[in-house]
Design a protein around this ligand. Structure first.
Ligand code: BGC
Ligand code: CA
Length: 355
């Protein structure tokens, strides 16, 4: 109850006598039924979900999964959950205002897909001051910010693992049929790399570890070109079209940090009327699975949107019921929930789509 009272009251910044009076009223409200424990059943939970942008295929998939799971949870359990989403439009200032609004609305938990992963501290401080637990997802804040308060969590997939699996798909193709992949027969794998947003953990680590999987296995590689296309299909198509004028016929593999950019590269090859090289992505979005099915996309790596949504909802339910999520969930170093990646190729795309 003490924590409940603190949570209720810390949402208000008050001064002087008016403050004492209001404080007394709030204390009374807390003692007679501030939202928690048994009363939780009778009142709707409020969950604020702040997105870096709504205009991102993978992020929209997470949100759709979360909305569906919330509906299922509402009908299975006797509760009501109000999910509020906000589009940060890739602007950290806009997102901070949205976080303020969520807190002013009395949200019980915030889920934040932070625009700038180096700027999470201010969001942590706001949440802590209001006593509202905070779940970051997909865009990983730096460790010091996560450790600022014990009620902060991060839900996501380990970027390094995603890169390694992507590299292994290419390595296996090279091992199985080197002649097919090594178009110019020089024994070296010529590649281009389409990178996500600069500074994003998935950009840095997928870029590094995809190539490392090959070089660790002794494959000699040559980078023809590498540049950001900001996770975006159109930008990736434009970038690839530019590379095609410089390296037409030389590109043996296109690594893309995500599926949207892999599909953009495929668009550019089609547009130029050129035969596709090996193209690999990450995410296993619905359009990417279609492209795996037709063989245009040689492989992708499942970035578990459903798993991320499920873990967020489970955290929300545990935290708002006043339980310690660590009792029922696998939480690493008190803050992290890691979802495994999975290799996706022609052999298993259908199983992945059916999930
Ligand atoms: C996904 C990208 C997405 C990005 C957004 C990554 O994990 O693979 O598709 O654009 O997250 O933060
Ligand atoms: Ca070659």
């Amino acid at each position: 109850m003490i924590r409940t009272i603190k949570n209720c009251c810390s949402r208000w910044r008050l001064k002087g006598r008016a403050a004492s009076l209001l404080l007394a009223v709030l204390l009374l409200a807390a003692l007679t039924g501030c939202r928690a424990g048994e009363d939780r059943k009778n009142s709707a939970l409020r969950v604020g979900v702040a997105l870096y942008t709504q205009d991102d295929t993978f992020i929209s998939t997470i949100v759709q999964d979360l909305e569906r799971m919330v509906q299922e949870a509402e009908s299975e359990k006797d509760l009501k959950i109000n999910l509020f989403t906000a589009d940060g439009r890739s602007n950290q200032t806009t997102q901070l205002e949205q976080v303020d609004r969520f807190l002013a609305k009395g949200c019980d938990v915030l889920c934040v897909n932070v625009v700038d992963r180096t700027a999470a501290a201010v969001i942590v401080d706001k949440a802590e001051e209001a006593g509202v637990p905070l779940i970051f997802f997909n865009r990983q804040p730096v460790a010091e910010d996560i450790q600022r308060w014990e009620r902060i969590y991060y839900v996501g997939a380990s970027a390094q693992e995603g890169g390694t699996i992507q590299g292994q798909i290419v390595l296996d193709a090279w091992t199985e049929d080197q002649e097919k992949l090594d178009r110019n027969g020089d024994g070296v794998l010529q590649y281009v790399m389409l990178e996500g947003e600069p500074g994003h953990q998935d950009t840095l680590l997928r870029t590094e570890y995809s190539v490392k999987a090959l070089t660790d296995a002794g494959v000699e590689v040559e980078k023809l070109a590498s540049d950001t296309a900001n996770w975006n299909r159109g930008q990736a198509a434009a970038k690839t079209a530019q590379w095609l004028t410089e390296f037409a016929g030389q590109i043996e593999v296109v690594f893309a940090n995500n599926d949207d950019m892999a599909l953009g590269a495929i668009d550019a090859f089609h547009e130029a009327g050129l035969e596709l090289p090996m193209v690999v992505g990450v995410d296993a979005t619905a359009p990417a699975l279609e492209a795996v099915k037709t063989g245009e996309l040689s492989g992708t790596v499942l970035n578990d949107a459903q798993g991320i949504a499920r873990a967020m909802l489970d955290l929300v339910l545990e935290l708002t019921a006043g339980r310690d999520p660590a009792d029922t969930m696998d939480i690493v170093e008190d803050h992290y929930i890691w979802l495994p990646y999975q290799r996706v190729t022609l052999e298993n795309w259908e199983d992945v789509r059916k999930r």
